[in-house]
Design a protein around this ligand. Sequence first.
Ligand SMILES: C[S@@+](CC[C@H](N)C(=O)[O-])C[C@H]1O[C@@H](n2cnc3c(N)ncnc32)[C@H](O)[C@@H]1O
Length: 415
Amino acid sequence: MTSIDDRVREQYEAYPYPHRDPKEEHKRLVEGSPSDLDEIRHYVFGGRLDLTRPFRALVAGGGTGDAAIMLAQHLATAGAADAEVVYLDLSTASRRIAEARAAERRLTNMRFVTGVIEEVGRVAPGPYDYIDCCGVLHHLASPEAGLQALASQLAPAGGLGLMLYGTYGRSGIYPVQEALAQLVDDLPDTERLAAAHRLLAGLPDTHLLNRNPLVNDHRKGKDAHLYDLLLHRRDRSYRVPELATFLESAGLAPLAWIEPARYAPETYLGDPVLRRRAAALPAIERAALAERLSTAISKHILYAGFAERPGTSPADPGADGTVLVLRGLDPVAVAKGLKVGGALKANIDGAAYHVPLPPLTIAIVSRIDGRRSVGEIRASIESTGTEVPASFAEQVRQVFGAFHGINRMLVRQAG
Ligand SMILES: C[S@@+](CC[C@H](N)C(=O)[O-])C[C@H]1O[C@@H](n2cnc3c(N)ncnc32)[C@H](O)[C@@H]1O
């Protein structure tokens, strides 16, 4: 009889995930969280990452290569001469796509391994400074055994970038998975996919899946995505407290949740009394509360490290020596969109994010280029004849806090 492990393997051989065409590497780099190099530097290493020294990363369950390619490209662009990204996946079809993408980009800092996470210590041993495992552990027979295997290859001061499914935000998915399992589990994959299409077409508007605007993999027109969402033989989801217990099982603890404001109860609480009570809760309980108030988190993205890890206090964003990075944003364009006395506004899956900005925001933001230090930004503002007040460092911290909440501003310690 075919085991579930075999079925999962067959799925990823037949439907490598996500669907990617290596030729598209010429047009764009697929970027995201976790595993963006600026994020790793900030969230795992407190802003200090010396890339003149060796840096080893593992992308476990690398799929068609998104995180591995992004990180290898970021490291190459940063001139990290002694960096290596090891890609590990059980699917050879996925590996071929990832390898073709690396070849299109002429990346020479990657190594490809076929094997299972549970055996990482044998097939791709560490220690690693950083391990990415995005959308994989929730498909394992024992997510705990997988996490333990990864943790055993992590350097003591290293970090993990994880994505695991979120229970509330995946509302509607599991009843459809279960219905399809009842109806067509014994049929070949092509027929299961066709059945999924027919079943979706007939679902009432009131079905939880149709009422969940956060889930759209089944609307992308790609079999690999429809399969992964609704026909997977094994997937589970987590709420924040369960995730904390899961991490603890391998001696790990969260370092940061992405985006930070998504996991901050204040994002969802206007009432000052409730905000004060929420502020007094321990960190994990605050994140758990935010998830309950949101119910829109379909994917938990987080960085984690050993609970007993050597301290890496994050660089102070207001300090003269700190370099600020606007992640994925053009500083001049952002500054143009801001108004004096205005606020930073964003939509976090339906929740309004609205943070007032201090008077010097435009002057500060327009000068953030990922190279200038805060001291140099101050000098540049002064050179225009603008008087910089004593509150400058505090204003920088406020600007930082606003953008950081949506994971758009990070720190880097000047090298
Ligand atoms: C949903 S895909 C995610 C791919 C990639 N991490 C991403 O986020 O784009 C899951 C991947 O994990 C791989 N996988 C599943 N179980 C695995 C295991 N036990 N060991 C190694 N890879 C595994 C699958 O082959 C597949 O490529």
